[in-house]
Design a protein around this ligand. Sequence first.
Ligand code: DC
Length: 231
Amino acid sequence: MKRAKPIVALDGPVGVGKSSVAAALAQRLGFVYIDTGAMYRAVAWLAMRQGVDPSNQEATAALAGEARIRFEHQDGRLRVWCNDEDVTEAIRTPEVSAATSPVADNPQVRERLVSLQRELGQDGGVVMEGRDIATVVFPDAELPFYLDADPQVRAERRYRQWLAMGKPVTLEETYTGLMERDRRDRTRPIGALKKAERAIVIDTTGLSLNEVVETLYQRVQAWMQNREECL
Ligand code: DC
């Protein structure tokens, strides 16, 4: 299927800056930003809210099947809704983060969320970020990017974010936590984090947010110009 506007897929490990880059890039392009990690988090939040053990695969899959997850774009910021409740902040707590790992390992939950993600993105004009966007959700994405960065730099970025949020953590703890989440993301039986063969790798280690956004923006612009010329 030829799309008028591309699907921009952004995959990569924890702390690489995907969310900030995706949000800024989408805003600059006038595209819709879709944070797929927030969808897994919303299901984990719902399980906790309803007293369901997130490791209980059947019960969590049933919740995911009925959950009404949607995004709202407000003043350039993304708000996440689950069953008519704004869960934007609630899904970022350490408790929900921990509960999200078994939820993301659950094949039935993945099947349901991948299908929702396809509905949201199929017409293009989206920046969708996650772990398996270019490998599973949209292997035909016109612009598949894989962001990477040195693990120490990723830990330092995440550490500064935690500090700004007033979280009492050490850099060492942040690094260890990040390594563990990397391991889980890379070894998940379905939807594991890996670079799609076609993906364009951007190493963000020595780059600022603006520099990364600019690099991707130029690539998307080049694609759109090329498409115009082919019409
Ligand atoms: O990007 P994030 O930290 O908000 O993601 C939350 C969790 O969901 C994390 O454990 C990775 C997982 N995830 C996934 O398995 N597939 C995606 N497409 C996005 C996130």
